[in-house]
Structure formats: C-alpha cells, structure tokens
Design a protein around this ligand. Structure first.
Ligand code: APR
Length: 255
C-alpha cells in the first residue's frame, strides 16, 4: 500500500478506502451550497421578526396553524427549486466504491436522496412530506397534499379532520424512534464516521459521533469551514466546504 501521506485529505481518503462500515453524518452546512438557508438563516424577510421556537413547535402550530403552515410551505417550495451540489453527488458516488455507506442527516430537504444516496436516515424528518397532526392512524401516516382539499389552510386530514402538518421534528418533540435507534446502532458498529456540515450542538444528533468514538472506536473525519464542537474528538479535521472537500476525497479514492 502506498505510504499514507500526512496530507490530511490524502490520509482521510486512505482511511475511507479501507472502510467497511462507513457512516456519514450531515447537518445544515451540507445544504448551504445548494442555496438552502440553515434553520436560523430561514428567518429572513417577513419571517425575521419570529424566533424559530415560535414557528417550529407543536404549540406554535396549535396557536397559529396558518402561520406555521405558510412558513413551512415557503421553505418546502424553496427546497423543491434547488438542486443537490457536488458534495451531495460525491457522497452518493461513495456507494459504488465502498461496501457500506449510510447517510444520517439532520437536514429535512431530501437532497441526499435526490443526489442518489440510497440509504439515508432523516433524523429530523422531511419538509416535502406531510402527516396528520393527530397521528390518527397511529404511526405517522404520510399524506399526499396534492390529493387534499385546499379549501382550508392548513388542509385537513381526510381520516379524522385534524390539521395536516409538515413531517418534520419540531422543538419539544422526540425524533422518530426507529431512525434514532438505527442511527445509534450504525454509529456503534461504524469503522469510519465522516461528519459534514454540522455544528455538533443540537442533540441527540450531536451525540452520535461520541457514540462512534467512545463505544465503537470509529475513525472520525470532520469536514467544516470552521472548527465545530466535534472537531476535538475527530482524528482528521478537513477545513473546507462540503462542495469542495467531498469531491476531492472521491477523486483521491479513484487515484
Ligand atoms: N460546508 C460544510 N459545512 C458548512 C458549510 C459548508 N459549505 N457552511 C457552513 N457549514 C457549517 C457551519 O460552520 C456549522 O458548523 O455547518 C454547520 C451548521 O451548523 P447548524 O446551523 O447548527 O446546523 P446543524 O448542525 O445541522 O444543527 C441544526 O438543529 O436548528 C436545528 O433542526 C435544525 O437540523 C437543524 C439543527
């Protein structure tokens, strides 16, 4: 095997090349280069006067369903108009090169799947999907808003008449249990975890790298233009954007 260069990018690519159980953990920074504002950026223009906690909680929705619905509709339409960037496609390309690549994302924009990643765990849900606010069918049942009457805003659930809501995790809500359990299990068994575009602040997603490192002894690679909360426990910190670093890693893998 070629001597592993001490250049962090080469060393990271070398480690990826040997990975058998790769987990990729992404956050809002992964979507920034697609033009999707991070959660806090999204409060611009008419929304600037609101605090996220005023718009992204079940209580906010009950207090003012139309306001919350319209904020999410604005963001949903934004998401449908943007495209995955080179970083998303690079992660999807890893699947042809490595035995296991699972993407665990905090992003709700669905861009990883649109770029071709086939195994994506959406810890915070997906803004392009909708469900009944009352979860009347038991487990969250996705509803196709195109088939729902638009006489009311938000539309009503066809089964029980409760309001329809975005299928995203709000503040004060639990993450989807199966998604979080599978994410934790994968991080326990991962041999490499590639972390991209997350500040490592928001729990429980922020605990996943620690689970991988402390219990699973995984090799951690962090990609971020700025040093984030996770960098101190990572084996390699690649300072740069997702759109520039990830394609370089794939290029080195092919080299
Ligand atoms: N490429 C990679 N990383 C980037 C880029 C980029 N082009 N631009 C910014 N970043 C980094 C920032 O430096 C920051 O560390 O992405 C990170 C984004 O951090 P947050 O905005 O805190 O996003 P995230 O870590 O995903 O946590 C936010 O909590 O706000 C809620 O539910 C919301 O999922 C969201 C989560």
């Amino acid at each position: 095997m070629k001597g592993v260069s001490n250049h962090p990018l080469r060393a990271a690519a070398e480690r990826l090349r040997r990975s058998e159980r790769l987990v990729v953990l992404t956050g809002a920074g992964m979507s920034k280069e697609s033009g999707i504002p991070t959660f806090r950026d999204a409060l611009e223009g008419v929304w600037a006067r609101f605090d996220p906690e005023e718009l992204a909680t079940p209580q906010a929705f009950q207090r003012n369903p139309r306001l919350v619905w319209e904020w999410y509709e604005m963001r949903r339409l934004q998401v449908l108009q943007v495209q995955p960037h080179a970083g998303h496609y690079a992660l999807a390309a890893l699947e042809d090169r490595l035995p296991q690549v699972v993407v665990i994302t905090q992003n709700v924009d669905g861009l990883h799947r649109r770029a071709g990643s086939s195994d994506v765990i959406e810890l915070h849900g997906n803004i392009t999907q909708h469900k009944c606010f009352a979860d009347c069918q038991g487990a969250p049942t996705l509803l196709d808003i195109a088939t729902l009457s638009q006489t009311e805003v938000p539309p009503r659930c066809p089964h029980c008449g409760a309001y329809v809501r975005p299928n995203v995790v709000w503040f004060n809500e639990f993450l989807p249990v199966e998604a979080l359990e599978r994410a934790r299990d994968l991080c326990l068994r991962a041999d490499v975890v590639l972390i991209v575009g997350t500040s490592g602040i928001v729990q429980p997603a922020a605990s996943l790298p620690y689970i991988a490192k402390q219990h699973g002894r995984a090799f951690l690679i962090d990609v971020n233009p700025q040093r984030d909360e996770i960098a101190p426990i990572c084996d390699i910190f690649l300072q740069g954007t997702a759109g520039s670093v990830l394609p370089q890693l794939v290029e080195l893998l092919d080299g």
